[in-house]
Design a binder for this molecule. Structure first.
Ligand code: NAD
Length: 461
């Protein structure tokens, strides 16, 4: 089905905004994209992405070539030309509370409300706490009472690392609307999705806002739960892989978001969970389950530090430890709230010499970490001479390390379960993973000889 192109403005050229702009341009719409960061726009105008996201660069180049996507430094000039304005600015946590910082969204809204002259549809793509869309609606009315506009809450569910695919093939698209009339243009904009039988779900503002938070809380809870079960596996002699397989075959459960690891991170789960608990507290409706998941995840990072120290015979002092992976998960360069950073700080505080390597990391200068932390230019250089190698991010390259070139007696702490413990044992390697029987380590772990607690089970609590 061919639909007539829609002229769109996207405000915010971040991980979400750039995907939205590029995908709508690829769907043959005319898209303008604005960001308040002029340097970012300058880069984008010459076809350079400001961050790493698979498939996005090719899309950007094609869209620029076809002139369907234009990056603009001034907002005013574009308003008259567009029908729909998407807002994809950040909604982080305030620095001293869990409350959502809406200042970026409010600034964007102010700019729109003061400059708009004709009817527009304003679509909020940013994740916003329930009540925000209605608040923004009255804010616009207050700034410019003569303006006619519609407002839509259209939360985004893409995952960094597969953002383009996720945007183009979502399980559903959610719209919070007030008037049915706005459906016509949303259906036109998402016509390609209707063709693919992707459900478009229309709700009220508050439901749409809460769907996004509930989804993130639910997914993070699954991760938190499986991490706890992995701990228990180590105590009772079970294997978390078998447990996941066993529960995953149950159609009510499945296996998505059930992979044990060093704890969840990134720019969404932690801040969205905190924002929702904050809102619920102000409404005197505390979210006890979500609160426990947040606490368990914080504790998880400390547990991982303890696990690494235990694997290093009880101390990391003066030991060279290589951390493989700084991004919060594979296929992204996003380090916001990455568990790796907590682990790096913890081991550094324990006196270790730290070397970090991540395929997307070009230097450590911009990271808020100690100045003596070293950066490996390649995985081979990073693991050279390491006393311990800690796999914190599940990058594909880390599943194919060359063990021949490593220091004798190096210990490998695999916080992503990339290797088979039995095969590692057969190779004679000292190997520790999460929630799996640890035959590979038993032979050589000194701290285990001095204690009745198996190395894999030692934690900081
Ligand atoms: P980001 O930090 O990568 O990008 C935000 C961009 O907005 C920045 O480039 C910033 O310069 C720009 N900006 C801020 N204020 C502006 C203004 N007034 N005018 C113009 N530009 C402005 O953030 P992100 O990761 O893309 O997230 C954006 C929103 O989407 C957040 O609400 C987030 O919770 C939500 N979200 C993110 C993801 C994700 O995986 N990153 C997934 C779903 C939803």
């Amino acid at each position: 089905m061919n639909h007539s192109p829609i002229k769109i403005l996207v405000i915010g050229a971040g991980y979400v905004g750039l995907v939205v702009a590029n995908c709508f341009a690829a769907l043959k719409n005319q898209v303008f994209c604005f960001d308040k960061d002029g340097a970012k726009i300058k880069k984008l105008q010459v076809g350079q992405l400001p961050f790493y996201e698979p498939d996005l660069e090719a899309l950007l180049q094609n869209n620029s070539l076809e002139k369907r996507l234009v990056f603009v430094k001034e907002l005013d000039a574009t308003f008259d030309q567009v029908e729909v304005i998407f807002i994809a600015v950040g909604t982080p946590m305030r620095s001293h509370s869990a409350k959502t910082d809406l200042s970026y969204l409010e600034a964007a809204i102010k700019a729109i409300a003061t400059s708009m002259k004709s009817h527009k549809i304003i679509v909020i793509k940013s994740t916003v706490p329930p009540g925000t869309t209605r608040l923004i609606q009255s804010m616009i009315r207050k700034i410019n009472p003569n303006l006619t506009f519609d407002i839509v809450c259209n939360p985004e569910f893409l995952r960094e690392g597969s953002a383009v695919y996720d945007f183009m093939h979502p399980d559903r698209v959610v719209f919070g609307i007030e008037h049915q009339s706005v459906k016509t243009i949303m259906d036109r904009l998402y016509a390609a999705y209707i063709e693919q039988n992707i459900p478009l779900l229309y709700t009220n503002f508050e439901s749409a806002e809460l769907i996004k938070y509930t989804a993130n809380c639910f997914l993070a809870t699954r991760i938190g739960l499986i991490n706890e079960m992995a701990n228990l596996c180590e105590k009772v002699g079970a294997n978390i892989d078998e447990v996941i397989q066993g529960i995953g075959l149950d159609k009510r459960i499945g296996t998505a978001y059930l992979k044990p690891g060093p704890g969840f991170g990134g720019s969404c789960f932690p801040k969205d969970m905190l924002a929702l608990t904050h809102l619920a507290n102000t409404l005197n409706m505390p979210l006890r389950i979500i609160g426990s998941v947040i606490n368990a995840n914080e504790h998880r990072k400390k547990q991982m530090i303890g696990k690494i120290i235990a694997a290093c015979d009880g101390t990391v002092e003066r030991k060279k430890i290589t951390i493989l992976g700084t991004s919060f998960k594979a296929n992204t360069d996003d380090m916001r709230d990455s568990p790796s950073l907590s682990i790096i700080h913890g081991l550094h505080a324990g006196g270790a010499t730290i070397v970090i390597y991540d395929p997307t990391l070009k230097s450590v200068k911009h990271l808020a970490i100690a100045s003596d932390i070293l950066w490996g230019q390649s995985v081979e250089l990073a693991i050279q001479d390491a006393d311990a190698i800690v796999i914190t991010t599940e990058w594909e390259a880390f599943a194919h390390l060359n063990f021949e070139t490593m220091k004798e007696n190096v210990v490998i702490v695999d916080l992503r379960n990339l290797y088979d413990p039995e095969k590692m044992g057969k190779k004679g390697l000292r190997y520790v993973s999460i929630g799996r029987p640890n035959k590979a380590f038993k032979k050589t772990c000194k701290s285990e000889q001095n204690s009745s607690v198996p190395c894999t089970a030692i934690s900081t609590h």
